[in-house]
Design a protein around this ligand. Structure first.
Ligand code: 2AM
Ligand code: CA
Ligand code: CA
Ligand code: CA
Length: 266
């Protein structure tokens, strides 16, 4: 597989798709809801996904595509080359703030992450990774992750999960929040992953994501020495919804053993 050729195309497409998105700020958005009234989708999410699919199919007709808005395929296997696309990750931010959203693309070969892209369209910040060759921020290589003590850690976490969730007892999450330095919540799973990858936060914890939310982020974090599992420590299935716990390695075990799994039989 010629990864360089794919990389060149993706970077070009990201720039063009980004320009279309920022140009759309002038126009009125068509906003619809999906699973509930806070689960938004716009015409721009759909148009951006269609833009990538049209281009990928024309250049790489034998590749498979899984996209959030459903214009790709209904995939049952990760065999071959699979592009996992979230055209706008952080749609609520896109609609309310016109910032803090990204395009996220993970490219897998037989289930193994090979290339990842997270593009902050408004800031023009491109994160890219090629597994085994390094991760980059606007072309500058990112350093391997360093471990802080738990008491100095910042964890990306949505406060909603502290109210109630079906996976981890809220008392365990309360204890974790009490023992760390701070929490943050950015409203985009891919941005949260890139914050872990760049060391701006130390972990990201969430109870329900889809593969397009974490497909790219997982490749970055693993390339830089981090660990990405569900909240029970199991590896992620790229074709299913899942909780996600992305973290630096030693801290990952410490938080799993002492907080997430405390008092739970798996
Ligand atoms: P989205 O913006 O692409 O929908 C927000 O908390 C983060 O969770 C975003 O990355 C968002 O992705 C993702 N998410 C996944 N499922 C969601 C849902 N049902 N409703 C809102 N956000 C969801
Ligand atoms: Ca969505
Ligand atoms: Ca998403
Ligand atoms: Ca999305």
């Amino acid at each position: 597989m010629n990864w360089n050729e794919i990389d060149t195309y993706v970077k070009h497409w990201l720039e063009e798709a980004g320009n279309r998105i920022t140009a759309s700020f002038q126009n009125e958005l068509n906003i619809e809801t999906k699973s509930d009234r806070n689960d938004l989708v716009t015409n721009i999410d759909k148009e951006t996904e269609q833009y990538f699919i049209k281009n990928i199919q024309s250049k790489f007709p034998d590749h498979h595509i899984l996209g959030e808005e459903g214009y790709g395929e209904k995939l049952e296997s990760m065999d071959g080359i699979v592009w996992i696309i979230d055209p706008i990750d952080g749609t609520v931010n896109f609609v309310h703030q016109q910032r803090n959203f990204v395009i996220s693309i993970g490219i897998y070969q037989n289930g193994v992450g090979r290339l990842g892209y997270i593009y902050d369209v408004v800031q023009k910040e491109l994160y890219s990774v090629e597994a085994g060759k390094g991760a980059f921020f606007n072309g500058t290589r990112l350093a391997p992750l360093e471990e802080p003590p738990l008491s100095d850690a910042i964890i990306g976490m949505n406060a909603t999960w502290l109210l109630s969730n079906k996976l981890v007892p809220v008392e365990n999450l309360h204890a974790l929040v009490r023992d760390i330095r701070a929490t943050r919540s950015y409203g985009s799973a891919a941005l949260e992953c890139i914050y872990v990858a760049t060391g701006r936060t130390d972990a990201y914890l969430t109870m329900r994501l889809c593969p397009w939310d974490f497909a790219a982020g997982k490749i970055f974090i693993e390339e830089l020495g981090g660990v990405v599992t569900d909240v029970f420590g199991n590896s992620l299935n790229m074709l299913e919804k899942s909780s996600v716990f992305a973290c630096k390695p030693g801290l990952h075990k410490e938080i799993l053993d002492n907080y997430l799994l405390r008092g739970i039989s798996k």
